[in-house]
Design a protein around this ligand. Structure first.
Ligand SMILES: *Cc1c(COP(=O)(O)O)cnc(C)c1O
Length: 318
């Protein structure tokens, strides 16, 4: 199955005194979509080109990346091995699907993950396989390329509809999605603010990882862009992380319920709900109004259902 050429952008109307649009990457047509599907399509092109016959990747039991990769591997009859930290292993819908797709899974203490991956790759080679390793979250230049492509789609949408987004917001984790969007902007010489809402990492590390991915991609493509332009284009906000990965305060929950009821769009507490909440807060505190704003829905729908399973009581929303 080929990736759809264009993932829709919808107008959510006026919200917080701005015109909010949403790009539904969660509707990418494979395994509940999301940014991990967009990245995985490119990784599997590389896998086919190199005639690899085994896929190894890393992630927790709630990883959207591991769900998509194990699904895509199974659909092509390629065996898949997932190595993850045992500390973060719990029953989730993503894990159930990894089981369903027949992915082999190994959970070890987090400090042993790196060595275990190397050992498993070696063993596979000894057993006659040609294994391919995908970094956790689809990190790396190929993952970055996926979001350069996404940025191109956004520019095409603007051209066709005669409008310009002043801001782009989204959930930033490993930073590959952000790196791709920023590289897209740098290649197009656009002026707008691309704002990654950190879901866990604090600065300076969080932003530095994004910067490293940007530099790595530009080098890989042999493109020369000044360090100053790269720095100026990289905005990574770490004030909405709450308690870190997977945490959810009352405001994030309220945002999730509100967006679901008013727009029929599911968000999750780890990524998209936190990012949407962060965007709202940022628009308020910075007193931004009358602008065209694009929110990128990066997926994670199975986490929305994990959230529903966990909630025992729904508070009334004002
Ligand atoms: C992984 C993920 C992100 C973060 O993407 P990065 O490229 O790692 O920054 C955001 N949203 C969802 C739903 C994800 O699964």
């Amino acid at each position: 199955m080929e990736i759809l050429n264009f993932i829709p952008i919808y107008n959510m109307g006026i919200c917080l005194e701005n015109n909010i649009y949403i790009k539904r990457e969660d509707l990418l047509p494979f395994s509940f979509g999301g940014n991990k599907a967009r990245k995985a399509f490119l990784f599997f092109e590389d896998i086919e080109k190199g005639q690899y016959d085994y896929v190894v990747t890393y992630g927790t039991s709630s990883s959207n990346h591991c769900r998509v990769v194990s699904n895509m591997a199974a659909s092509r009859d390629i065996p898949c091995l997932i190595i993850g930290p045992e500390e973060k292993s719990q029953m989730t819908y993503n894990l159930k699907m990894m089981d369903l797709f027949g992915a082999k899974q190994i959970y070890v203490p987090v400090q042993e993950v790196h060595d275990r991956i190397e050992a498993e790759m070696e063993q596979l080679k000894k057993n006659g396989y040609h294994p391919y390793f995908i970094e956790g979250g689809g990190h790396g230049n190929i993952g970055t390329q996926a979001y350069v492509n996404c940025y191109q789609e956004i520019c095409e949408f603007e051209k066709e509809n005669g409008l310009h987004f002043d801001y782009i917001f989204f959930a930033s984790g490993t930073g590959t999605t952000q790196a791709g969007l920023v590289c897209g902007q740098l290649l197009n010489h656009d002026k707008r603010k691309i704002i990654g809402i950190s879901i866990a990492r604090k600065n300076p590390r969080g932003r530095n990882v994004v910067l490293e991915s940007i530099r790595s991609y530009l080098k890989y493509c042999n493109i020369d862009i000044s360090e100053k332009d790269i720095e100026n284009a990289t905005i990574f906000l770490d004030q909405y992380t709450d308690e870190g990965y997977g945490s959810q305060n009352d405001e994030i929950q309220r945002t999730i319920h509100d967006v679901l009821i008013r727009y029929g769009i599911p968000l999750d507490p780890t990524y998209t709900g936190k990012a949407f909440y962060g965007m709202q807060e940022y628009l308020k505190t910075e007193k931004i109004s009358g602008r065209n704003i694009l929110f990128i829905h990066t997926g994670g729908t199975p986490l929305f259902f994990d959230y529903l399973n966990m909630v025992t009581e729904f508070k009334i929303i004002s």
